[in-house]
Design a protein around this ligand. Structure first.
Ligand SMILES: [Zn+2]
Length: 262
């Protein structure tokens, strides 16, 4: 993609990130993501458009509400910048031009949708330990729909939904039988099914590998640094999300490299 096209993707990412912030704040509380319009969570003053410009408004207002001066979480600009960065990366790794090649346009649309879902799930899990069904179930449906017109193809997509969801469900049941604890929530099961719908087979395995290694490393670091123990509950959706983002960007290269190094 040309630098101009990448810049447009970056701007799109900022706007999508701004919408994701609304989803992240409202979905776990069961609130509508459409109404009311954006407002200060503290004093409920509706935001004027100039107070709702991604990143810039937050910087200009010094991270505070214009009306009541209550601090506004740094999560807002971080999510906007991260979404923009991921959108640009997806554009950079894309084969072909989405403006000239319909196939490339479909792949890009699928990857941007997937990235946005992963950002929303990552931050929601980090903040609330929840993975809203609205995101995971609709993500499975959208991923399957994209597979009808692009990679990984419907059969690969559907197989990965069942493998991704099935393997995690089996692990969860095994832990329940052996230790009588919930090793993970059902949200994680639905989330890996959603990841399978978008990435298909065999990438869903790569995501499982990356996220379990990531979770294990962080668990050990927390234990060694005295900030937790091996029973500390980690938001596994965060690791699934990061593993899926890496796989979505560089999965085929990683799989080639891994198979080549055997
Ligand atoms: Zn306020």
């Amino acid at each position: 993609m040309t630098p101009l096209e990448l810049a447009v993707l970056g701007l799109l990412g900022l706007m999508v990130g701004s919408f994701l912030n609304v989803c992240i704040s409202r979905m776990p509380a069961g609130m509508s993501i459409v109404t009311p319009a954006s407002r200060c969570p503290e004093c409920a003053t509706p935001l004027a458009w100039r107070d709702n410009v991604p990143v810039l408004s937050w910087l200009w207002l010094g991270g505070r509400c214009r009306a009541c001066r209550a601090p506004i979480s740094g999560r807002y600009p971080i999510v906007e910048l991260a979404t923009a960065g991921i959108f640009v990366l997806q554009g950079m790794v894309l084969d072909g031009s989405p403006l000239q090649d319909g196939g490339a346009a479909i792949v890009l649309a699928s990857k941007l949708t997937f990235s946005a879902l992963l950002v929303a799930l990552l931050v929601t899990d980090l903040e609330t330990f929840r993975l809203p069904n609205l995101l995971t179930y609709s993500g499975i449906a959208v991923g399957l729909a994209f597979s009808l017109v692009g990679p990984p193809g419907f059969v690969g997509s559907l197989a990965a939904v069942f493998v991704g969801g099935g393997v995690l469900l089996a692990i969860r049941q095994a832990w329940k039988l052996a230790r009588n604890v919930d090793a993970m929530g059902l949200g994680d099961v639905k989330m890996l099914a959603m990841i399978g719908a978008f990435l298909g087979w065999p990438q869903v395995w790569l995501v499982m590998l990356l996220s379990s290694v990531g979770g294990a490393v962080v668990g050990v670091v927390l234990t060694l640094s005295g900030r937790g123990n091996m029973q500390t509950k980690l938001p596994f959706g965060v690791f699934l999300s990061l593993g899926a983002l890496v796989s979505s960007l560089w999965g085929p290269h990683l799989i080639d490299w891994y198979l080549g190094s055997l």
